[in-house]
Design a protein around this ligand. Structure first.
Ligand code: RTP
Ligand code: MG
Length: 135
């Protein structure tokens, strides 16, 4: 499998609930490499660019409000099959359905605050890394 980059982000609930360290440890233990990392706010412009595919959906406004509600950890993660590997570590979108042992399964409770983001394809990853770290 090819070496890929993916964009991952510890969402505001992960930072607020003091789960950063444990989640970052899991990413490192998986063999993936954290290439860039920054703690800070998501601007409304970045939020809109990152979630453009969901504009108009019933949960969109809440999603933008939530992702801009407090500091997040923005990361570029690389490794063999990094996109899929991060999604496997994360678990299902809804923490209530995420398997035990996954990040969302272990640290999340509800769909609206689901701990972590990971790009869903190499193309999304390139776009999202541009949004959050510049080209
Ligand atoms: P993300 O983009 O945040 O990594 O999550 P994902 O790929 O697993 O899920 P996605 O379909 O991209 O949805 C983005 C975020 O929107 C919220 N959502 N709520 N109420 C709903 O039906 C619903 N669907 C999605 C979730 O918080 C999800 O992370
Ligand atoms: Mg997504």
């Amino acid at each position: 499998m090819a070496i890929e980059k993916t964009y991952s982000m510890l969402k505001p609930d992960a930072v607020r609930n003091r789960h950063m360290g444990e989640i970052i440890a899991r990413i490192e233990r998986s063999g993936l490499t954290i290439e860039r990392m920054e703690l800070g706010m998501v601007t409304p412009e970045q939020a809109a660019a990152n979630y453009a595919e969901h504009e108009g959906k019933p949960f969109y406004n809440g999603l933008i409000e939530y992702i801009t509600s407090g500091p997040v950890v923005k990361m570029v993660v690389s490794g063999e099959g990094a996109v899929k590997k991060m999604r496997t570590l994360m678990g299902a979108t809804n923490p209530a359905e995420a398997a035990p042992g996954t990040i969302r399964g272990d640290f999340g409770l509800i769909m609206d605050e689901n701990v972590i983001h990971g790009s869903d394809s190499p193309e999304s990853a390139e776009r999202e890394i541009g949004v959050f770290f510049g080209a």
